[in-house]
Every structure is written in structure tokens, then in C-alpha cells.
Write a protein that binds this ligand. Structure first.
Ligand code: AMP
Ligand code: MG
Length: 337
């Protein structure tokens, strides 16, 4: 009898050790900002952190949505008026990112986003004349933020779709910190925030989707940072003649960006910046994206470019964080500083 009890007891003890030693896990999913979101947090404050985070995500959607008629962005696009200081600050940030990226990122792209309607059920291939008539409305100098208001030049409109989820992930990071969360993951569509390390102390694995298929192109092992992916493959429509029109517009031409990149993943400790940059670098294409990365001074970022000719181009800071996906058949190249 004693012989039988011993292994049983040790098994029970093992169970207890796992249950008592592992931090509490909480998980939630929601659909907001036109995408599926999944949040996971570990620790005593995990449930409260996720409740707060979900509330904030819904509040931000309420402010930043283009389609909700009572949102701040709607108000700005329909004559102006007082808006939440958060909205003004985010618009100011967007203007700075537009200046930094020489206009590749530009929230005044909204009239052209509407014209092409690529994200809608009824996409439209416009004439050159239609595009030409809207191009003069694009330019961040057409936005005037002023304390509690944002005013646009006549006929202009803004679309925060290229930055809102990144900003939201920054806010979720703050909420996690307030609740003492040291381990967790947040996935807001292509916007990922990894909080701290995994509960076992190892880095998180963040998979970069293969834009050419359903699987992964590579995996990054990351700790306490943001990884944001933009790509034409995420939203597009195929015309009757087989031409693919994707959702990121080149503000210089008014057409969907004719990028030699399939996707851009930006890794840095600022989710808003990572989101704006990933959109901008996709518009720029490989050569200009690399020049932009090289020109970053005291506040560098890392990136993974997946090119249309089958290469993965990666910045050197990711060398020790990069896991190849053998079946993905990309040639992997690391840039040097
Ligand atoms: P993302 O997935 O972050 O790259 O954002 C793409 C979304 O941002 C699009 O679906 C549009 O709503 C909007 N957008 C498209 N082109 C641009 C651009 N050049 N700059 C800023 N936002 C854009
Ligand atoms: Mg973006």
C-alpha cells in the first residue's frame, strides 16, 4: 500500500506545485476597429487588466472610428468642433509621422480611401480624372490641430486606420503596467504587443505571416516590445481582369501603392510609431525603406521586409531573434549597420 501511495502523492504534489506556482492566466477576444483582437495576461491583476483594456479599446474605437457618426473623427470630417484631447494628440502624432516619412504616411488619404473603397463590399476602380480631382486634398498641412479642436481645409478628411490600432496597443501596455502585469500578449489584427517575457521567463514567439500563403514566413523571439505588420495581402480585391488592388494608398499617386514589398513588419518599443512606419515603409518600397531605416538616429527601430521577389530582408538587431521557417522558401538577408 505504501508503495502505491508514494507515486500518487508525488503526482498530487506536482499538480499542486503547477497550480500554485503558475501565475493566473486570463484571456479575452473581441471584435473592434474592424478586426479580431486577442488579449492574454498573466498575474493576479490579469482579469481586471483585461476588463480595463477591453473598455479602453471600445472607448478608443468610439473616438477614432470613421464610420460611427458620433465619433471624433466623424466630427472632424464633418465640419469640426470640440473633440477629446486624445484625438487631437493622435492627429498631431500622425502629422509628425507624415513629415518624417516625407508624406508616405498621411491620414488625409481618406478621400482616396473612400474613392477606391477597397475595404468595402463595393470596391471601385476610379478614372484618372477622379483621382486627380481628389489628390489636391491630400497633405498633412491641410490639418490644423488646435488644443481641443482639429480643423481641416475644405473638402479634406482624415482616416486613422493606419495608426489607431498601434496607438490602442500603447494604451493597453499602460493598462497592463498599471495592473502589475509582467507577462502577456496583445494582438490587434496585425498589431502585436508582447508584455515582458513568457511566464517561464523565455521570450515570446511572434510569427510573421507568409504573405504568399496561409503559413508563416518566419518567427521572431521578442520581449516587451511591439511588432506591427502592414501588407497588401491583408485587404485587397481582385478586379475582373485579375488585377489586384490592395488597401494601402500611395499619397503621391492616389493609387494603391505599387510596392515591391509584400509585407513590412516594424519592431520597436512604441506601438503608434511601429504602426505608422509599417504603413509608410510599405508605400516606400524596399530601397527607400532601407534608406529610411539607415537614417534613423538615436531612436532606431528594427524591421522585416518581405519582398515580392522572395527575400526576407531583416535589420541586424533581429539577428539573434530570428527563426527561419524552413518550408517558407524565402532567401534571408540581414542588413548591416
Ligand atoms: P495599416 O494596416 O496599418 O498599414 O493601415 C492601412 C489602412 O490605413 C488602410 O486600410 C487605410 O484605412 C489607411 N491608409 C491607406 N493608405 C495610407 C497611407 N498612405 N497613410 C496612412 N494611412 C493609410
Ligand atoms: Mg499602420
Amino acid at each position: 500500500m505504501k508503495k502505491l501511495l508514494a507515486p500518487l502523492l508525488s503526482a498530487a504534489m506536482l499538480l499542486c506545485l503547477t497550480a500554485c506556482g503558475a501565475p493566473k492566466k486570463a484571456e479575452t477576444s473581441l471584435f473592434a476597429m474592424d478586426t479580431y483582437m486577442t488579449l492574454v495576461a498573466y498575474g493576479d491583476g490579469a482579469d481586471d487588466a483585461l476588463t480595463d483594456a477591453a473598455r479602453t479599446i471600445n472607448e478608443l474605437e468610439q473616438l477614432l472610428s470613421r464610420t460611427r457618426e458620433d465619433s471624433d473623427v466623424w466630427r472632424i470630417n464633418h465640419g469640426g468642433g470640440q473633440v477629446n484631447p486624445t484625438t487631437v494628440q493622435l492627429v498631431e502624432q500622425a502629422i509628425r509621422f507624415s513629415d518624417e516619412t516625407d508624406g508616405a504616411f498621411d491620414i488625409t488619404i481618406a478621400p482616396l480611401v473612400d474613392l477606391w473603397a477597397i475595404n468595402s463590399d463595393a470596391p471601385h476602380i476610379p478614372s484618372q480624372a477622379e483621382i486627380d480631382s481628389l489628390l489636391p486634398l491630400v497633405g498633412s498641412d491641410r490639418i490644423t490641430p488646435n488644443g481641443k479642436t482639429v480643423t481641416l481645409d475644405s473638402g479634406c478628411a482624415i482616416d486613422l486606420g493606419g495608426i489607431a490600432k498601434g496607438y490602442t496597443s500603447d494604451r493597453v501596455k499602460e493598462i497592463f503596467a498599471r495592473h502589475g502585469i509582467k507577462s502577456g500578449t496583445v494582438s490587434l489584427g496585425g498589431n502585436v504587443y508582447v508584455c515582458g517575457t513568457r511566464p517561464d521567463g523565455k521570450p515570446w514567439n511572434v510569427a510573421v505571416q507568409d504573405p504568399r500563403g496561409g503559413g508563416y514566413a518566419c518567427t521572431l523571439t521578442l520581449t516587451d516590445t511591439f511588432a506591427v505588420t502592414s501588407g497588401g495581402y491583408q485587404r485587397y480585391f481582385t478586379a475582373e481582369d485579375g488585377t489586384i488592388y490592395q488597401h494601402i494608398i500611395d499619397p503621391a499617386t492616389g493609387y494603391p501603392a505599387q510596392s515591391d514589398l509584400l509585407s513590412v513588419t516594424v519592431v520597436c518599443p512604441d506601438g503608434t510609431r511601429a504602426d505608422a512606419y509599417s504603413t509608410a515603409l510599405y508605400v516606400m518600397g524596399e530601397e527607400a525603406a532601407i534608406r529610411f531605416w539607415e537614417s534613423q538616429g538615436s531612436d532606431p527601430f528594427e524591421m522585416v521586409l518581405i519582398t515580392a521577389d522572395g527575400r526576407i530582408v531583416c535589420t541586424p538587431g533581429l539577428t539573434d531573434h530570428f527563426i527561419r521557417q524552413e518550408d517558407a522558401s524565402y532567401e534571408v538577408q540581414f542588413l548591416s549597420r
